[in-house]
Design a protein around this ligand. Structure first.
Ligand code: DLL
Length: 438
């Protein structure tokens, strides 16, 4: 058995029977609804508008009668309007990484921080982290929840934490070598930036102690996972969360890597049709909606995450009984509509990663020329290809364009760019430039 494989952090709560989970969820949901009704005017107002009082919710299925909470509700309550406890009970504040307008401000009570720590310890243990590990955290410390979430989880497990923060890749590499980091925590795109730097500096990852990666905070494909695993010689696992709901620790993969276990004793997931808002049957692809059932400072009832995924209720061979969410395809608001066809950046990523010679650095530029949309995929290629004769380059481009067309169902122009010329990302990658709305 590989180090740490097969361990379960909290078997009592992670291996509950389905009926036990449902009973626990219902009891906690009732408490949450009573609490938000009493302490958050915006919830009371929304419930009243929908003609509902908390006591109307008599079964878990009744959850579907409640109104959704959206980013707009949080914006209206900026900064502390959605808090359910007085500020005196709030011991930590974080905020979401919103790129437009005001960010969302979220708060935690002492108990919330303890829950968060436990849940981070759960998914880190599921990924194989133990007290013998040296955990290198390359997320930025600050208002972003990524670094603190995994930091406390790793300490709780008893691992040694290196609070490296993001940026300064050369120093990251030196510390990984000298301090013998065995676990890397970062965005998947930053893991590739580190892999590039190893290559450039002539460092063989096999000479390091690195064995596991915990990656999250942005969408990434299975192909990208394979690339990271091969180039860094590690097991790469996915974990998911969002500031509004807690931060990292909502869900995470075990070493079987077949979907992220959602911690259902703390969150109730639903999948809805993003257009109609209807709850979809198990197994459907749609938007993930989350209700928190243990949070004190910042409870969320039916929060629309905008993330597109699918839920799998089949038991996992690791022994955990919780439902698993598939890798997200991306956010519904990142979905591109090109000539009327829905395209997720991760679908393009999958194609690029399959083509020998394409480097894992790309950007999508969308323009409107006349009345038509034009999607240009700019991708870095290996220098053999970039400096190859025109004819060969043209053949290479044709090959990629054909593959993209057969996957996406819509044409894209491919532009090859020089190795190392694209911006490298320390946090979340920015891959799409949409010029249509200008
Ligand atoms: O990104 C929390 C987090 C930090 C999760 C570190 C995992 C690791 P926000 O900045 O609020 O919080 O962004 C949340 O990021 O709605 C998703 O769109 C995206 N996201 C987070 N994890 C994943 C993932 C953190 N594993 C938003 N796969 C979410 C795909 C992810 N997208």
């Amino acid at each position: 058995m590989r180090l740490g494989e097969g361990r379960i952090w909290d078997p009592l709560n992670e291996c509950l029977g389905r009926e036990e989970i449902r009973m626990l969820q219902f009891a906690r949901l009732r408490d949450t609804l009573d609490r938000v009704w009493r302490s958050v005017p915006r919830y009371q107002e929304k419930f009243r508008e929908a003609g509902i009082v908390p006591r109307d919710i008599q079964t878990l299925e009744d959850l579907a009668q409640l109104p959704f909470t959206t980013k707009e509700d949080l914006r209206l309550g900026y900064p502390y309007g959605m808090f359910a406890v007085p500020m005196r009970e709030v011991v930590r504040i974080h905020s979401s990484s919103g790129t437009t307008g005001k960010p969302t401000v979220v708060g935690y009570t002492r108990q919330d921080l303890q829950t968060w720590t436990e849940l981070a310890a759960r998914f880190m243990t599921a990924a194989g982290v133990t007290e013998d590990d040296i955990v290198h955290i390359a997320f930025g410390y600050g208002l972003f929840t990524g670094a603190f979430g995994l930091h406390y989880g790793a300490e709780r497990i008893g691992a040694s934490v290196i609070p490296m923060s993001s940026g300064n890749t050369d120093k990251q590499v030196m510390i990984m070598q000298d301090y013998r980091s065995s676990v890397l925590v970062s965005t998947p795109s930053y893991a590739l930036t580190i892999a590039d730097r190893f290559e450039r500096l002539g460092i063989d990852p096999a000479s390091l102690d690195l064995r596991v990666g915990l990656f999250g905070a942005e969408p990434w494909s299975e192909e990208m996972r394979r690339e990271i695993e091969t180039r860094l010689g590690i097991i790469a696992t996915d974990n998911y969360g969002l500031s509004e709901v807690m931060g990292p620790g909502v869900a995470g993969e075990c070493t079987h890597k077949c979907g992220m276990h959602i911690f259902e004793d703390h969150f109730i997931p639903e999948i809805i049709d993003p257009d109609s808002g209807e709850v979809l049957p198990p197994g459907s692809v749609g938007e993930l909606v989350l209700t928190t059932i243990s949070k004190e400072a910042f409870p969320m009832v039916r929060y629309r995450t905008r993330d597109i995924t699918r839920l799998d209720y089949e038991p996992c061979s690791c022994g955990r009984t919780s439902v698993r969410m598939a890798k997200t395809m991306g956010r519904s608001d990142d979905m591109l509509i090109i000539k009327g066809v829905n395209v997720f950046p991760t679908q393009i990523e999958e194609v690029l990663f399959q083509v020998e010679g394409c480097e894992p650095h790309y950007q999508l530029i969308i323009d409107r020329i006349g009345s038509g949309d034009v999607l240009e995929v700019q991708v870095e290629v290996h220098e053999n290809i970039f400096f190859d004769e025109m004819k060969k380059q043209r053949e290479f481009i044709d090959q990629v364009e054909k593959k993209l067309f057969s996957t996406l169902g819509v044409g894209a122009r491919v532009k090859l760019v020089e190795p190392s010329s694209m911006p490298r990302h320390e946090g979340k990658a920015k891959r799409v430039i949409d010029r249509r709305s200008r």
